[in-house]
Design a binder for this molecule. Sequence first.
Ligand SMILES: Cc1ncc(COP(=O)(O)O)c(C=O)c1O
Length: 377
Amino acid sequence: MREFELEKHFSKWEFAARYHMTASDAQSMTVDELLEMAGDKAKDELLNCWLGYTETRGAPDLREAIADTYNVCKADNIQCFVGIEEGIYAAMRVMLNSDDHAIVVVPNYQAAETLALSICEVTGIPLLADENWRLDLDALRDAIRPNTKLVSINFPNNPTGAIPDHDTLNSLIDICRAHDIWLFSDEVYRLMEIDEEKRIPQIADIYEKGVSVNVLSKAYGLPGLRIGWAACQDKELLSSLEKYRHYMSICSSAPSERLSVIALSIKDKLLTRNRQIVFENRNKLDVFFSDYPDLFEWRHPDGGCVAYPKYLGADGVESFCHDLVETEGVLLLPASIYKSELMDTPQQHFRIGMGRHGIDEGLKVMRKFIDRRGNRL
Ligand SMILES: Cc1ncc(COP(=O)(O)O)c(C=O)c1O
């Protein structure tokens, strides 16, 4: 399999760069802070956690708490995983065979295409950069083959933040239904929409062959818990995922499951806090980018914790991001990290994060760096 470009880059820089300006998660917290937020009983619950194995499907009360975030799916429609990276891997292995064909939205979080490509033929369908990352449904219709088994989407999209409008989503589901295709939907940035009107339903709630995957890492800001899940109406698929997990992590960490139940019991508090951070950071980015209209094309994403502005400097985005991290310790993700094996991707964009505290220092250093190089651009 092709190396995971983003993770490779993060292995080198995530903890080495002084200013991590491209994180895709919301600001995390300590165990103590989480317990404090959740009130008196939470600490006892954690301290009384039994350190034995837990259920492969996920602890029953955790699956109940997760199911509460769905309209239709219940606890027995949930399969838990370690993070959702494990879930994506298991799902692709279980859902695809070598003689199948899959369709994946581009640009994407690389696991979506590389894992599918390691199993079968895959066609990319674009989010159109010049049309505010509109999903090209004509490309989807053209891509469908008799053996197309699965369409893989991710909205709000990493890296563009795009969310399709409700009509487009409904057409997408109609197309999948007409061809009896699974719709695999990575929804890890859901609930972080800028405008709540743009929020789309969870696919597993509205499509009988929909699989929604999610995790506590992004909107909830708790990636260290490594608790993710797949939701799906199809019991056979859930059973296959459970059996596949017997060969992977078997079950999640018991303390993580306890902390996840605690976190979901205060989900509104967590989400309100995290949306506020994104809101404040977006305002800061508005100010920053408005000072450099010739250097950046800045557009708000529809949702998520990251944005994907375009760099207009003559040196190109790769050199800009490279110099920025090497000389100033400011980490951004240039477009090459999002290159696809399926089709050309826009070349001059970069990913910047909006979910964490402390972006002011990074922006200050970026300003100095840009101002110093001023007339070279
Ligand atoms: C779209 C998307 N899906 C899945 C994941 C994996 O999430 P986790 O690291 O919590 O397993 C990420 C992480 O960045 C992501 O951006």
